[in-house]
Design a protein around this ligand. Structure first.
Ligand code: SGN
Ligand code: CA
Length: 522
């Protein structure tokens, strides 16, 4: 009897008092783009792209939420980054090392954890984890990278895909909003809207095609980087603007049939000169040899314009989702995240693409709006990672993190940072590992390293390790050490500078300790 009475009292104590709100079950919207560089997001401040990079809708999230200045990816390539976001685990702990690895369909991740807690879950847009998405009540995804125009969507009803007409980002967003409108309003939701843009080959929505045609986009001051004073590896890159572009797909040129080799390149140089160098037909015809500097600078104009124009549709659609949430009265109950699978080079070091552990590609944008849980309009410089997204979202929604060994997170919840608190003992480094040793399209040797608030240590270990898609040939090991305070653009590795001997030894010790801590010792 006494026990029953006690149980009743305890139940009553757990109920909200009159006038007190029941614990809220927040909804979650994750908007995740592909290859969106911080330099192209105006919330991050003025970059070399100046006023040409304007993202008013993503910037709303900065005004109403928290902007993370130092969020880094654990492996700067699409498929592994996405697996890291979903599982909260490093590559060696989720089995997705390279672009060629699929997500094991038995592996439980973010969507399962939300669904188990009573959430409705949905995913629209890019997936790129090769196997069929699991854990989502509803999904419609691109096959592999997907297409910008008239994309094919795979879904449970159309496992082989069905083509739709329109522009990728607008279509995926329409699907997401339709799903929201038709959802069961008595349950909370997790919506993942994964954009395709601004991935190569940077095809803008029709409404932005030709925008900036008459303008000159400012160049980064490292566009003509000679790549001296760094690893041998960086000099062997094949992601240099101009030189490593395809004339048709990347430069949007239409070469006449029959032209090949040097004659074709000279033709392209003249065309670029007319389009981006202000040359008349007669002036262009007088160009007798390709000038590599001008070839890169003119190619950069084409690239930067296409990149910014493709990214604009992402921003538009972020705005559509934010407007919808507001109109539906859900703004105050919904956590909104904006991020991208990694950073990207928009001309820095003369590059496009990612993969390297240098700042532009290791860096991820991250903005989180969480009414009641995040201090609006603030920013943090604490070290964050993509592996933290899943723990953070569960935490914000009051869902326990998984405790099974094979599901336990490597990342941690960013919730204290959202409240403006940096807990004592917060991580003082982030670990990075790229496994796709010299894969054919853009060879970057397998490497691992750490980034602290002030330094970056990178080790190209040279071992292919039998990774899918990697080159089986080993390479000579190399080190790079950057002093991010004195050399934020990473133009001079100081690993062999005697003045840094002590710092180097200390960072090598910390790197080994981190590898041992997370069990990544291959
Ligand atoms: C494609 C691109 C590459 C890019 C990879 C990986 N070439 O292969 O430039 O590095 O995707 O991108 S393309 O000519 O086909 O566009 S990722 O976003 O999936 O990691
Ligand atoms: Ca990507």
């Amino acid at each position: 009897m006494r026990r029953a009475l006690l149980a009743l009292l305890m139940t009553l104590a757990a109920l909200p008092l009159p006038g007190e709100e029941a614990p809220r079950r927040r909804n979650v919207v994750v908007m995740f783009s592909d290859d969106h560089a911080l330099s192209a997001i105006s919330a991050y401040g003025r970059s070399h792209l100046g006023d040409f990079a304007r993202t008013p809708n993503i910037d709303r999230l900065a005004k109403e939420g928290v902007l993370f200045r130092r969020c880094f990816v654990h492996n700067s390539i699409c498929t592994p980054s996405r697996a890291g976001v979903l599982t909260g685990r490093h590559s060696h702990r989720n089995g997705v090392y390279t672009l060629a690895d699929g997500m094991d369909v038995r592996r439980r991740h973010l969507a399962h954890f939300f669904r188990d807690a009573g959430y409705q879950t949905a995913l629209f847009g890019k997936w790129h984890l090769h196997t069929e998405p699991q854990g989502f009540d509803r999904w419609e995804v691109f096959r592999n990278q997907g297409e910008y125009e008239n994309p094919v969507y795979l879904s449970p009803e159309h496992p082989k895909g069905r083509q739709e007409s329109g522009y990728s980002e607008d279509l995926s967003t329409r699907k997401a909003l339709d799903w929201l409108a038709a959802r069961d309003a008595s349950k909370p939701f997790l919506l993942c809207l994964h954009f395709k843009a601004p991935h190569r080959n940077w095809i803008p929505a029709p409404r932005y095609r030709g925008r900036f045609a008459a303008d000159t986009i400012p160049e980064p001051d490292t566009l003509m980087d000679d790549l001296a004073n760094r690893s041998v590896a960086i000099t062997r890159n094949t992601q240099t603007i101009g030189e490593d572009f395809r004339l048709r797909e990347d430069l949007k040129l239409e070469p006449p049939a029959g032209l090949k080799g040097p004659a074709l390149r000279l033709w392209a140089f003249r065309e670029l000169g007319k389009r981006h160098g202000g040359l008349t037909e007669a002036q262009a015809a007088k160009l007798e040899a390709v000038d590599e500097t001008r070839f890169r600078r003119w190619s950069y104009q084409q690239y930067a314009k296409d990149y910014l124009n493709a990214a604009q549709a992402v921003d538009d659609n972020v705005g559509r989702v934010l407007d919808w949430l507001k109109a539906a009265g859900l703004e105050g109950d919904t956590v909104v995240v904006y991020s991208s699978d990694q950073g990207f080079y928009v001309g820095e070091h003369g590059f496009y693409d990612k993969r390297w552990m240098y700042e532009e590609s290791q860096h991820m944008p991250l903005l989180i709006r969480a009414p009641g849980a995040a201090k609006a309009g603030t920013e943090t410089r604490a070290l964050a990672m993509n592996l933290d997204f899943a723990p953070t979202l569960l935490d914000l929604c009051g869902i326990d993190a998984p405790t099974r060994e094979e599901e336990r997170f490597d990342g941690v919840s960013l919730a204290p940072l959202l409240r403006g608190e940096t807990p004592a003992g917060w991580r003082d480094l982030v670990y990075y590992r790229y496994w796709e040793h010299n894969s054919h399209e853009h060879p970057v040797p397998g490497c691992y390293g750490i980034r602290t608030a002030t330094h970056k240590l990178i080790h190209y270990h040279g071992r292919p390790l039998g990774m899918k898609g990697a080159d089986p040939k080993p390479t000579a090991p190399e080190w790079e050490l950057f002093d991010l305070v004195k050399d934020p653009k990473e133009l001079r590795s100081v690993h062999a500078d005697p003045a840094y001997a002590e710092i180097l030894a200390e960072l090598k010790r910390r790197l080994e300790a981190e590898r041992a801590r997370i069990g990544d010792e291959r």
